[in-house]
Every structure is written in structure tokens, then in C-alpha cells.
Design a protein around this ligand. Structure first.
Ligand code: UDX
Length: 430
């Protein structure tokens, strides 16, 4: 067992699990996908894809023959030596990661078919978890199981490209042979593979996300200062980005970061540090800056409109970023709640997230297109930089809106064009 092209198991067919399984299939492997949600498994068998991710449906279809779906854990352990775990690890109320789904898998191991298995952790788990699980597996002497940490760095919206063309692959293990077998799955990609210890691999994931989040909060604070002194943060970021030590990515100022990873991982790293007795001051500020940034648009609106009571505000975009229907920790949710709290009416349009928005943002009138969203509104706020918003129907918008005011929460629009169309334009720090 375990040679290339052998079946690989994937436990947890959420976002990460489904993308990883599909890409492993694309590399020529057969993958057995398991989830406890039998309804989801049935729909996947029928070709229904539960998430919106560009290119994923096509890639699943292309690799259909190599992908099996099951709701039974035994099926996975019967057929696969290498078994990935990609269950979700949501934050608990203390900000620690909830590992109950990981432990549920671990506790079923004694009942699983014998043979050598390599458990590969894809889910983001607190630093030290791998060491603890490895120790427990050895202590209980459950069959012959090795444990490998293989953190994912996939971005929603470009996850397939990120998997097939990664900057690096990180493999942490205490068992070199097991680590090597997992590394072999990625050799075809011809990218740097970093072999490390378990805790180091786990830390690389947290440190990478925390650093990127820090970059965003940093540029957002620069933007806030730019607002005060009349500098343009977009050009400041461009000027900084030419410095190769800084780099030009993740320097787009806006109304804060969201999503399923950054907010959760930054908070978890702060907790991990705190639990081990270290106060991570910088991350505390990164989180606070982000929370305040989500609310900054409210003051910008008040500056132009006075009180927001009975004003109508149109939100363009709800997803936490373009090319996804994901609303987790989206800035739109905080902004909408704040506006409603200030007595405004809130209308919104998003190209794909509307069906999911009904639950996430209560009290918001969800619309089918830009024009119905801005109809009768006192301001339009660009929240998510969807491609289709690059060409807004400005003339019709101007006719339909009560006040010609556009707040660009992502510095995405061309200010000259917006102003030439007769609008007041305000970005974030420009
Ligand atoms: C992120 C990491 O990039 C990925 O490596 C990890 O595996 C999961 O978390 P993701 O959450 O999909 O991926 O989105 P990403 O594209 O990184 O954006 C995160 C958030 O930061 C979004 O809300 C985005 O709008 C915001 N962002 C990003 C900025 O505000 N400014 C930027 O310059 C970049």
C-alpha cells in the first residue's frame, strides 16, 4: 500500500477537503472522500457541488472516475494507507480552536481495519496538537499509525491554482518515512517541499496567516493616516511594494479582512501564545485595527449625510472577498449591523452570496442587481471588489439614487470616472 496512485482518503469534505481531494485526483490519485454529512455525500455522488469555487465543478467532473464519496469511515481505512483529515476547527468562545471534530476521528480509530496508516492533518490545529496526537497514538498502540502535519495555504476563489501551483509545501513529521510518502504526493508539482518537525509545521501555518493579516492591518492604519493628511494610500502601497523586502501583495487598504482563516487563525495564535504565558501584543493590535476598520465606513457616511437614521444605504458585495459565496467574518455583516443599529435602511446586492446572505445578515433587503440595490439610496458602499463592479452603470445609478455618493471600501473604483459621472467619491485613505 501507499505507493503513488494508491487510493488516498479524505475525511471532512468541506471547502479544504473537497478542493484537496479533487486536486489530488487531478494529480492522478484515486481519492475516497468521507464526510459524516450523508446528505452532502449523496449530493456529491449526484454531481452537485456544495460550494462556489471557480473551476472546482469542472475539475470534479473531469476526475469523476477517480473520486469516490462515502459516509462510512471504515471505507476510507479499508482502502487507503494515506488518510488526510480536513475537518473544520472553528473558534470556541475563548478564541481557541475547537478540535472536537478532529478528536471524533481519533476516537474511532481503534475500530478501524488494521494495516499501516498515515494520518495527514490538513485542518489548522493549535501548535502542539500533532505532538499530543502522536504521543496518544503511540501510548494506545492503535495499530500502526504515523501522523503527519501538512498545512494548507489555499485561498478561496483561487484554491485550485494555489494547490497546483503552490509557493511551498510544508510537511511536518516525527516519522521520516511517513513524511516522505506524503511528500511524494506533491513531487509532480516541482515546488519547494519543506520537511520539518510537527510543531514547526503547525507554526508555519499560523505565522504565515498572522503575518499576512498584520500586513493588511498595517496598510489599513497607514490608510487611516492618509485620510487625515491627504496622501493616497494606493500610491503609498505601490511605492512600498517595489521594495523587494516588503513585496507588493497584501497591501490593499480597505474595510478589513474576513473569511474563514485570518480572523480565526490570528485569534488562535494569540491564544496559543497566551496559553503558553506569552502576551502577543502585536496580534492584539492587528485584531483591534481590523474590528475598527470594518466600522470606518459608518463615519465616512455620517460625514456626508449627517445622521443615518432613515437614510438608505446600498451595499455592493457581501462576500468576504470576490469569487466566493463565503460570508464568514465578512466585513459586510459588521457594517450592515452597524448601519441598522444607527437606524438606516440597508439594501444589498452580491453576484453569488445572496442565497447565503438571508441567514447571515438579517434585516437587510437583498436585491437581484446593482440598480435595484441603489434605487432610492443615499449612498452606495462598495464592500467586495467583484469584477462586475468595475463597470458600474453610473448614469442609471445617478438617476436612481437620492444622493450621488459612493464610498469605495476596497479602493477598487476609478475615482476620476466616478467623479466625472457626478458622484461624490470617497475611498479608504485616498
Ligand atoms: C487566507 C490565506 O491567504 C490562505 O493562505 C489560507 O490558507 C486561508 O486564509 P482566504 O481567507 O481565502 O485565504 O483569503 P485571502 O485572499 O487571503 O483574503 C483574506 C481577507 O483579507 C479578505 O477579506 C480580503 O479582502 C482581505 N485582504 C486581502 C485585504 O483587505 N487586503 C489585501 O491586500 C489582501
Amino acid at each position: 500500500m501507499g505507493s503513488e496512485k494508491e487510493k488516498i482518503g479524505m475525511i471532512g469534505i468541506g471547502y479544504v477537503g473537497l478542493v484537496t481531494a479533487t486536486c489530488l485526483a487531478e494529480l492522478g490519485n484515486r481519492v475516497v472522500c468521507m464526510d459524516i454529512d450523508a446528505v452532502k455525500i449523496e449530493s456529491l455522488k449526484n454531481g452537485e457541488i456544495p460550494i462556489f469555487e471557480p473551476g472546482l465543478a469542472e475539475l470534479i467532473e473531469k476526475n469523476r472516475e477517480r473520486l469516490d464519496f462515502t459516509a462510512a469511515l471504515e471505507d476510507v481505512f479499508k482502502q487507503c494507507e494515506i488518510v488526510f483529515i480536513a475537518v473544520d476547527t472553528p473558534p470556541t468562545f475563548t478564541g481557541d480552536a475547537d478540535l472536537s471534530r478532529v478528536f471524533a476521528v481519533m476516537s474511532s480509530l481503534p475500530g478501524m481495519p488494521d494495516g499501516h496508516h498515515i494520518l495527514v492533518m490538513k485542518s489548522t490545529v493549535p501548535v502542539g496538537t500533532g505532538g499530543k496526537i502522536s504521543g496518544e497514538l503511540n501510548r494506545q498502540k492503535i495499530g500502526s499509525i504515523d501522523y503527519v502535519s501538512n498545512p494548507e495555504f489555499l485561498r478561496e476563489g483561487s484554491a485550485i491554482g494555489d494547490f497546483l501551483n503552490p509557493d511551498r509545501i510544508v510537511i511536518g513529521s516525527q516519522a521520516p518515512e511517513a513524511g516522505e510518502k506524503v511528500a511524494r504526493l506533491y513531487r509532480k508539482l516541482d515546488k519547494p517541499i519543506l520537511m520539518t518537525g510537527l510543531a514547526t509545521a503547525e507554526m508555519i501555518k499560523y505565522a504565515s496567516n498572522a503575518f499576512l493579516a498584520t500586513k493588511i492591518s498595517f496598510i489599513n492604519e497607514i490608510a487611516n493616516v492618509c485620510d487625515e493628511i491627504g496622501a493616497d494610500v494606493s500610491v503609498v502601497a505601490e511605492g512600498m511594494g517595489y521594495d523587494q523586502r516588503i513585496g507588493d501583495s497584501f497591501l490593499n487598504a480597505g474595510i478589513g479582512f474576513g473569511g474563514s482563516c485570518f480572523p480565526k487563525d490570528v485569534t488562535a495564535l494569540k491564544q496559543i501564545a497566551g496559553n503558553s504565558g506569552y502576551h502577543f501584543q502585536l496580534l492584539t493590535a492587528v485584531i483591534e485595527v481590523n474590528e475598527l476598520q470594518k466600522r470606518r465606513v459608518v463615519n465616512k457616511l455620517k460625514k456626508h449625510l449627517g445622521t443615518l437614521t432613515d437614510k438608505t444605504i446600498a451595499l455592493l458585495g457581501l462576500a468576504f472577498k470576490p469569487n466566493t459565496n463565503d460570508l464568514r467574518e465578512a466585513s459586510s455583516i459588521v457594517l450592515a449591523s452597524r448601519l441598522l443599529g444607527d437606524g438606516a435602511y440597508v439594501k444589498a446586492y452580491d453576484p453569488v452570496a445572496i442565497p447565503d446572505a438571508a441567514r447571515a445578515v438579517r434585516g437587510v433587503l437583498l436585491c437581484d442587481d446593482v440598480l435595484s440595490a441603489v434605487d432610492g439610496s443615499d449612498a452606495a458602499v462598495l464592500v467586495t471588489e467583484w469584477d462586475e463592479f468595475a463597470e458600474l452603470p453610473l448614469a442609471e445609478m445617478k438617476q436612481r439614487m437620492r444622493h450621488p455618493l459612493i464610498i469605495d471600501g476596497r479602493n477598487f473604483l476609478d475615482p476620476d470616472k466616478i467623479r466625472a459621472a457626478g458622484f461624490t467619491y470617497e475611498g479608504i485613505g485616498r
